[in-house]
Design a protein around this ligand. Sequence first.
Ligand code: NI
Length: 227
Amino acid sequence: MQGLGVVYVLLLLGICIPGQMMVQRVDRVERVASEKTVISERPKVALTFDDGPSAVYTPKLLNGLKQRGVHATFFLIGKNIEIGENAQIVKREQEEGHLIGNHTYNHVEITKLDEDSAYQELRKTNEIIEGITGESVEFMRPPFGLWKKNLEEKIPAIPVMWTVDPMDWATENVDEIVNKVVTEVEENDIILLHDCYDSSVKAALRIVDLLQAEGYDFVTVDELLLK
Ligand code: NI
C-alpha cells in the first residue's frame, strides 16, 4: 500500500512533469515497490547450532553456509572454544555474519547448579567469546533447554529455545534429519541442530537448499526475536 501511495503522489506531481519522464518514474517506483513486497513476504526461519565449535565439522558448515548466502546462530560451549585453534573458528563465524551465543562453559544442566556456579558458567563463556569477537554476547541457549528464570536478572543474556528439533544427535541418517525438519517447519521457526556431527552438517545444508527453493529466508535468531 505504501508503494501505491508513492505512485499516487507522483501521479499528482505528474501534472508538472513531462509525460515521458513521468512514465519512467512511475515505472521505477512500481518496480521498487514490488521488489520490496517480494522480500518482506518471504517467510523467515532460523538455523541454530549448539555444542560447537568443532575443528572438523564447523568449517565445513561455514563453507556451505557461505556458498548459500545463509547466516545462522551458533551457541558455543566455552571449553570447546579453548581447544586447539577453535578460537579462529569463532572469529570466522563473526566475520561471516553469523550470530554467536553462549551454551555454558561445561555444557551443564544449569538448573542443577547453585546460583553462583550457574552464573560462572555463563560469565566465563561470555568473556571467552567477547575476548575473540570484541562484541558483547546477547543470547544464550541453556543446555537441555532447562533454565532458571532468576538467572536472567544476574546475566544480561536472553535465553533462546527452539521450535523444531529433529534430534540430530541421535541419528547419523541425514535423510531422517532433513525430512523431520522440512515436513515440520513453518514460518518463524527456530531449528535446533549441532555442528559437531558430519550427518548434521550435511543435513543442515540440504535443509537450506530445500527451504530456499520453497522461498524461505534464513535469518539469525535476533531477527525473529527482536522484531
Ligand atoms: Ni547442547
